[in-house]
Design a protein around this ligand. Structure first.
Ligand SMILES: [Zn+2]
Ligand SMILES: [Zn+2]
Length: 347
C-alpha cells in the first residue's frame, strides 16, 4: 500500500476540556525510529473512552494532551516501519496494547511490567491510520480475524485476572458484571477448566446477561430479590472459590464465596466498602486481589488461546461503526446497550 504523506485522515478526537468529541481531519501520521505505522482494521470502544468523552472520572488529567485522537484497543496491518525497527515488517498483523512500560523502574526490572511506575498510554486509533511504538505491538497470526485481534486487549485483562487468582480446573467462580471484561474473565476461566461459572448483572444489564447465556454461561440478575439464593443454588454448597468484581460495585461477595476464597477486583472500584463488610470478609478468610491490565506473557497466551480456537471472542461484538458514525458508539455505551462496539475505519 502506498502511503500518501501529507494527506488527511478521518479521526475521532477530543479537542476541548468539556463533554463531547468530534470527527476531525488529521494529518497522516509518520513512523519515527522505533514505531510502526498501522492501518487500523478494527478498534474497540472502551468504557474509559466514554469517561474521556463525557469528561468525568479523572479525565481532567488528559487536559495537557488535548487535542487527542481517541481509541486505544486497535488491531491492524503494519504499513510502514521506523528506521530502527527490525522485529516487525510491512504486512504484519498486530494488536496494540495501550499501556507502554518503561523497562527501567523497579517493577519493570522485576518483570512486573503491568505495575510500571512510569507507564505511557497510547491512543489515536479511532482513525484510519495510527502510529505505535514497537513495545506496544503484539504480532498476531495473519489468519486471525481482525475483530478478534482487536478484542485481545480486553480479553488479556480478563485472562490476567483469572491468572492472578487461585482458580484451577474443576473450580467455581462468580463473575460480577457481564460487560466485555466480565465475559473475558468467564471465557478465560472456562478455557482453563473452571466448571461452575455464574455471571451476575444489574437489571439494566438484561441484554448483556442474555448474551452471556447464549455464550453458555449461567446468569443471575441482582435485580431479583432472591438473587443470592439463585446464585448459591448454581454453585457448590460451600460457595465459589473466586468472585471477580468486573462491575466496579461488589455485590455481597461474602455470601457467594467459600471460606478462604478470593475476591478479585478488576473494574475500577466504584463504591466504598463499609468496614462492616470488610470485617465480614476478614472473618471469612477472604483474600482480596487487585488485578489491572495485562503483561506481555498474558498477550502470548491470549493470542494462542484465540488463534487455536480455544476461545472465541466474536460473540462479544454487538455493534460496528464507521469513523463517520463512530460518535454514536458513545451513546450506545452510555445507555449500556450492546456489549462491545468496534470502530471499523474501512467501513
Ligand atoms: Zn480500554
Ligand atoms: Zn517501568
Amino acid at each position: 500500500m502506498k502511503v500518501l504523506r501529507g494527506s488527511a485522515i478521518k479521526a475521532i478526537a477530543k479537542t476541548r476540556p468539556a463533554p463531547g468529541a468530534e470527527l476531525i481531519d488529521a494529518p497522516m501520521p509518520a513512523p519515527r525510529e522505533s514505531t510502526l505505522l498501522v492501518r487500523v482494521g478494527a478498534c474497540g470502544v472502551c468504557g474509559s473512552d466514554l469517561h474521556i468523552v463525557d469528561w468525568e472520572l479523572g479525565a481532567e488529567r488528559m487536559v495537557a494532551r488535548l487535542p487527542v485522537i481517541l481509541g486505544h484497543e486497535p488491531a491492524g496491518e503494519v504499513i510502514e516501519v521506523g528506521a530502527h525497527v527490525t522485529n516487525f515488517k510491512v504486512g504484519d498483523r498486530v494488536a496494540l496494547d495501550p499501556f507502554g512500560h518503561c523497562g527501567r523502574c523497579g517493577p519493570c526490572s522485576a518483570g512486573r511490567f503491568h505495575l510500571c511506575a512510569t507507564p505511557t498510554t497510547l491512543s489515536g486509533a479511532f482513525a484510519e491510520f495510527t502510529v505505535a511504538p514497537i513495545g506496544n505491538a503484539h504480532l498476531v497470526p495473519s489468519t486471525m480475524n481482525i475483530e478478534q485481534a482487536a478484542l485481545l486487549e480486553p480479553f488479556g485483562t480478563g485472562l490476567h485476572a483469572v491468572e492472578q487468582s487461585c482458580l484451577k480446573a474443576g473450580d467455581s467462580a462468580v463473575v460480577e458484571g457481564p460487560g466485555p471484561i466480565g465475559l473475558s474473565i468467564a471465557l478465560a476461566a472456562r478455557a482453563l477448566g473452571v466448571t461452575s461459572i455464574v455471571m451476575t448483572g444489574l437489571a439494566v444489564d438484561a441484554d448483556r446477561l442474555a448474551l452471556a447465556r447464549t455464550m453458555g454461561f449461567r446468569t443471575v440478575s441482582t435485580g431479583d430479590r432472591d438473587w443470592i439464593d439463585q446464585a448459591r443454588a448454581l454453585l457448590p454448597p460451600d460457595g465459589a472459590d473466586v468472585v471477580f468484581d468486573a462491575a466496579g460495585a461488589i455485590d455481597s461477595p461474602r455470601e457467594l464465596l467459600r471460606r478462604g476464597g478470593q475476591l478479585v477486583e478488576v473494574g475500577w472500584p466504584a463504591r466504598d466498602l463499609k468496614s462492616a463488610e470488610l470485617r465480614a470478609l476478614f472473618f471469612h478468610g477472604v483474600t482480596i486481589i487487585n488485578s489491572r491490565i495485562r503483561t506481555p506473557e498474558t498477550w502470548r497466551r491470549a493470542i494462542a488461546m484465540v488463534s487455536s480456537g480455544a476461545v472465541d471472542l466474536r460473540p462479544m461484538v454487538t455493534h460496528r461503526y464507521s469513523i463517520s458514525h463512530g460518535l454514536e458508539a458513545f451513546d450506545l455505551l452510555r445507555e449500556r446497550r450492546g456489549v462491545k462496539a468496534l470502530i471499523i475505519p474501512s467501513d
